[in-house]
Design a binder for this molecule. Structure first.
Ligand SMILES: Nc1ncnc2c1ncn2[C@@H]1O[C@H](COP(=O)(O)OP(=O)(O)OP(=O)(O)O)[C@@H](O)[C@H]1O
Ligand SMILES: [Mg+2]
Length: 336
């Protein structure tokens, strides 16, 4: 089986910055692969290279074995793109937006309309399909753009920050939608995000990118394991004696215990598994848990470990997909 995406030593230099700096990785067929990084990390630049919108400065990239520089026509047929900036036409209905895209790809009328109906149903816009996109919420517009990206039944779907600027509820709907599409088809999904939770929940493997370089790549679970950290359970107890500390230290799954005033910090590999055991033990010892806080390892910790900074700091200057120039409306290289 070949790779869905092969990126080998790819470099993209702009006059004032190296946006992509010697990046190498592969994406398997049918995988949900995530590129996680802060503002300016090079995510969109890499997507533009992979979707034939931008020439690379060095290295090579292939989609389904086809070189993005030498075979852009075949590559475009194989990919769907949901760009960071929303580009659906506000003055048209969802149906019209999809119809125009279907025509770009020369899909015969009957087949086109059948696919459109199926996609509108899938993304939950069937009942609003004849309304102007201008009346849609951000989440609805994003779902329409996902449907648009799938109109020609691509082999691979690129989504550049698909949930940026959306409220948590709409974000969840998009995640569920992508998971549903993936479970029903063999589609490979390549997503960029700067939301830790999105990468964690949605992606089978995640590449962390910072200043144009991949600093770590693995499944979310392995990434968290790789930094050797632990979940921390912080408990305030009705009683805390040296004997209790000794008892805790003797428990096998507890990696470390520290004491601070009347509370105790317990370091474990998996807080969800450890908690029931701890509750039982304190019950047995007749000690009440007065307060409880759990800090679970997150991709945020992984990001800090590999880059020395928090991704949240970078979030301040968020990109707003609803304003600004966005990307060209017309699909590259395809004429009406
Ligand atoms: N057309 C361009 N000309 C010059 N510099 C550019 C161009 N496009 C991007 N850059 C620069 O390349 C770097 C990477 O930008 P890119 O848009 O790829 O980042 P990103 O990871 O997508 O960030 P964001 O989360 O803000 O979307 C930034 O320093 C950016 O200013
Ligand atoms: Mg971007």
């Amino acid at each position: 089986m070949g790779y869905a995406v092969e990126v080998k030593n790819v470099v993209k230099k702009f006059p004032s910055v190296v946006a992509v700096n010697d990046v190498t990785f592969t994406v398997d067929e049918g995988e949900i692969f995530g590129l996680l990084g802060p503002n300016g990390a090079g995510k969109t630049t890499l997507i533009r290279i992979l979707t034939c919108l931008m020439k690379l400065t060095g290295g090579e990239a292939k989609i389904r074995g086809y070189d993005v520089v030498r075979k852009p026509g075949v590559v475009r047929k194989n990919i769907g793109v949901v760009s960071q900036a929303m580009t659906s036409d506000l003055d048209l209905t969802a149906w019209e937006n999809l119809d125009i895209y279907g025509k770009y790809f020369d899909i015969p009328r009957k087949e086109r309309h059948e696919t459109m109906k199926y996609l509108l149903e899938t993304v939950g816009l069937k009942d609003r399909a004849r309304e102007l996109v201008a009346t849609y919420s951000g989440g609805m517009r994003r779902r329409l753009e996902i449907a648009r990206g799938l109109i020609h039944t691509p082999y691979l779907l690129f989504l550049d920050e698909p949930t940026i600027g959306l409220d948590p509820q709409s974000r969840l709907v998009i995640w569920e939608l992508l998971q549903k599409i993936r479970s029903e088809t063999k589609l490979t999904i390549f997503i960029t995000t700067h939301y830790m939770e999105e990468a964690d929940k949605l992606c089978e493997r995640v590449a962390i990118i910072d200043y144009g370089k991949i600093v770590a790549l693995d499944s979310p679970v392995e990434l968290k394991r790789s930094i050797g950290g632990f979940d921390i359970i912080e408990l305030s107890l009705s009683e805390l004696s040296p004997a209790i500390m000794e008892r805790l230290k003797s428990m096998k799954f507890i990696k470390n215990v520290t004491e601070k005033e009347s509370s105790v910090r317990i370091y474990v590999e998996d807080a969800a598994k450890a908690m029931p055991v701890l509750i039982e033990e304190f019950k047995r010892l007749n000690i009440a848990i007065l307060n409880l806080a759990i800090h679970e390892q997150s991709l945020e910790d992984v990001f800090i470990h590999y880059t020395g900074k928090s991704i949240r700091e970078e979030e301040a200057q968020k990109f707003n997909p609803f304003v600004g120039p966005g990307l060209p409306r017309q699909m590259p290289g395809v004429r009406i």
